[in-house]
Design a protein around this ligand. Structure first.
Ligand code: CDV
Length: 311
C-alpha cells in the first residue's frame, strides 16, 4: 500500500505594507480551503507569510520593527487559520517572524512551524542561513537586512513524524545549501517544506541575477534528488512595494523532477499526490547512504592545519 500524501504549495502574491494580519490570514484560509477541495492533507505556505517582506527596509523605530513579529503562536490574528485547519482536517507549514523575550532580552528569528490536521504544532524550525547584510547599503534600491533583524536559528534541521511520513522544514536561502537537505536526509526525511521570498536583482551582477529562477529550481531539484526526498517550495512573489520577486513555486519528486509548478505571480494553489515511498528506490540504489557514502574519507572537514605542507 503506497503512502500517498496529497500536498499543496499555496503561493502568495505580494502583501502590501498596509495589509493587516487579518487580510493575510484571510488569503491563507481561502487557499487552504481550495487545497482541501482538491483532496490535500497538507498545505505549505510561504516564508514570512503574515506580513510584507520587511527586511527590505531599514527600520529604526523599535516599536515599528516589533510590529512585524509574532510573540506567540497561535495568537488572536492567526487563530482563525488554526481553527479552519482543524475544521477541515488539513495540516500546514507557516513561515513568520518570531520574537521571544528571554531574561529581558529580545531574540528574533525567521521561523516556520508544522501544524497537524488537528491544529497542533508538531514541529518548529528557525532559519539558519540568513542572507543579506546587517548594515544598510545606500547604493541598493532595496535593502536585505535579514542579518540585522534575525539571528541564526538555534533548533537545527529537525525531522518530524507526521502526515504518514518524515517531514522536514527549511526557509528560503537554506534551499541553496546542500547541507540543509543532507542533515535532514541523514534523518531519513521524506518531504522537505520551505517557503521563500526571492527578489530579482539581489546580487547586482546581471549575469547571475538573470538566472534567479533557474537557480531557484536547480537548488531544490538537486536537494530532492541527492537526498531522495520530496520538496515543496512555496514563493511569495510578484511586485511587493516596488520589489519584484520570483514565483514558480514547485512540488519536486525524489527523482528531482518537477511535478507541479505555479504559473502566476499571485495567490495560486498547486497540488500533487506524493508517494512517500518513492524515495526508497533511490535510497536502496544510487543513494544508499550506508553503502556508498564515505564521510571518513572526505578529509576536508577534518581540521588538521599542521598536515598541510607549506607552499
Ligand atoms: N529570503 C531570502 O532568504 N532570500 C534570498 C535572496 C535574498 C537571495 C534567497 O536565497 O532567495
Amino acid at each position: 500500500m503506497p503512502r500517498k500524501l496529497i500536498a499543496a504549495a499555496a503561493q502568495m502574491g505580494p502583501i502590501s505594507k498596509t495589509e493587516t494580519r487579518a487580510d493575510a490570514v484571510a488569503r491563507l484560509i481561502e487557499m487552504m480551503r481550495e487545497a482541501k477541495g482538491r483532496g490535500c492533507e497538507l498545505v505549505v505556505f510561504t516564508e514570512l507569510a503574515l506580513t510584507t517582506f520587511f527586511p527590505r527596509w531599514m527600520i529604526e523605530d523599535e516599536a515599528e520593527l516589533d510590529s512585524y513579529y509574532e510573540r506567540e503562536m497561535p495568537n488572536s490574528a492567526t487563530m482563525p487559520l488554526f481553527d479552519e485547519a482543524k475544521k477541515l482536517g488539513i495540516g500546514f507549514y507557516l513561515g513568520y517572524a518570531e520574537l521571544v523575550v528571554l531574561n529581558g532580552v529580545k531574540r528574533r528569528f525567521n521561523t516556520s512551524i508544522l501544524v497537524n490536521q488537528s491544529g497542533e504544532i508538531i514541529g518548529k524550525y528557525r532559519k539558519v542561513h540568513l542572507p543579506g547584510h546587517a548594515e544598510p547599503q545606500p547604493e541598493r534600491a532595496f535593502q536585505h537586512l535579514e542579518k540585522r533583524y534575525f539571528e541564526p536559528g538555534d533548533l537545527g534541521f529537525g525531522v518530524y513524524k507526521g502526515f504518514g511520513g518524515n517531514m522536514g522544514m527549511a526557509i528560503c536561502n537554506d534551499r541553496r545549501w546542500p547541507e540543509t537537505y543532507r542533515v535532514m536526509g541523514l534523518q531519513d526525511v521524506e518531504m522537505v517544506m520551505l517557503g521563500y521570498n526571492t527578489p530579482f536583482g539581489h546580487v547586482g551582477e546581471q549575469a547571475m541575477d538573470s538566472l534567479t529562477l533557474f537557480h531557484n529550481h536547480l537548488s531544490m531539484q538537486a536537494g530532492a534528488y541527492q537526498n531522495a526526498t520530496w520538496v515543496v517550495g512555496t514563493a511569495k512573489c510578484g511586485n511587493e512595494e516596488g520589489s519584484a520577486m520570483g514565483g514558480q513555486s514547485v512540488i519536486i519528486a525524489p527523482s528531482g523532477e518537477i511535478v507541479a509548478m505555479a504559473v502566476t505571480v499571485e495567490d495560486e494553489v498547486i497540488t500533487a499526490s506524493c508517494d512517500l515511498d518513492m524515495g526508497e528506490t533511490y535510497k536502496q540504489t544510487v543513494f544508499d547512504f550506508g553503502g556508498h557514502r564515505r564521510p571518513e574519507h572526505y578529509g576536508l572537514i577534518v581540521e588538521r592545519p599542521e598536515a598541510i605542507p607549506p607552499s
